[in-house]
Design a protein around this ligand. Structure first.
Ligand SMILES: [Zn+2]
Length: 76
């Protein structure tokens, strides 16, 4: 018997974990969720939170959020 699920585990420990979110009316751009909204400053009332983690490497990720996440992680 072959159990493909064994050992399948994603490693996300090396980056700070932020929930992903998007600004309402602006589809296709992923932002990182901060305390009051997106890390780049959009208020929480204007965003939709996604059930996934923000991916700094994702091409559609907001550049300001990406930079802020990298700073939070302590890169560079
Ligand atoms: Zn952003």
């Amino acid at each position: 018997m072959n159990s493909a699920a064994d050992g399948e585990r994603s490693v996300v420990e090396e980056t700070a974990r932020f929930a992903a979110c998007g600004v309402n009316g602006v589809p296709g751009v992923m932002h990182a969720l901060g305390a009051r909204g997106t890390l780049c400053g959009t208020a929480a009332r204007y965003i939709t939170v996604y059930l996934m983690l923000f991916e700094p490497a994702y091409l559609a990720s907001c550049r300001r959020c990406r930079r802020l996440v990298e700073e939070a992680v302590g890169e560079g």
